[in-house]
Design a protein around this ligand. Sequence first.
Ligand code: MG
Length: 339
Amino acid sequence: MKKDTEVNMMHGAGGEVMGELLQTLTAFKHNNAGGIGLESLDDGSTFEIGGKTVVLTTDSHVVKPIFFPGGDIGRVAVSGTVNDLSVMGARPIALTCAMVIEEGFPIADLEKIVASMDEALGEAGASIITGDTKVVEKGSIDGIAINTAGVGVIDEYIIRDKNLKAGDKIIVSGTLGDHGLSIVAAREGFDLGDQLKSDVAPLYTMINAAMKAAGKDSIHAMKDPTRGGFAACINEMARKAGVKVVVHEDKVPIRESVASAGALLGIDPLQVANEGKCVMGVVPEAAEKVVEALRKQKYGTNAAIIGEVVEGSGVVMLTRIGSERFIEPPLGDPVPRVC
Ligand code: MG
């Protein structure tokens, strides 16, 4: 395949194509501060301070539209960073907030965005303690872009995205595809009923409850299925661990509204972003306990065991009619600018 000479939208879509761009963007020789470094391409990185493991992560947010059913760019900006810390087993402490704002952007909308960020911070028990603001000429950016970086600490144990082991149960914390399909429906002006809304939420409290229920080191791997959806996430986890994952279609929680919107728009709910879900590989003895703990949490009521890890490679779905098909990693999220 011919190598691209210019950046295109697929390069930001969280799939295989983005992986090619990342080879350029992660070509730093100085890429590790003594812990998990950039080369791991995990949800965040780590380093030690005073005997404590600190997790650091950063994310820029350009979701379109800025306000959508179930949330807005502010809630996404805080939740995305909180969740990248949380899926590594960290307790989020402090975030930064850098905004690039287009000339003419309504101040009232900024107030709404800040209030929304503040609400998500409250849920996560974290604070924004420093920030930066730049304003650019009309037309040089589409409204607003928000970057948040976050720092968390490991209280119990660190969880990687690469440590699935044969025998693990695969757990998802709830329904899949809600965010991506809500965004595309809102963007295209489809009215698919008020059931279709984003799942964007900060997950620290829920993940902490799951970790406590599981017991030390019983959650082998965890990741948030954002861009590229569950399909990209589970393929990355399986590839990094050198294992095969078997998923049972009848166990995968997908809302009816999301499934119908997906069918209507020709979009697979497993290939679009979630902003309030996590995927875990858990030792079989602890799996039921973890699901039970998740279901008691506000954002985990539809948690389910949907599959298991076996020897081999790739991700296979056992369908309702008894056949098998591969869940392929998407080339790119079919919905660009989703977070
Ligand atoms: Mg992540």
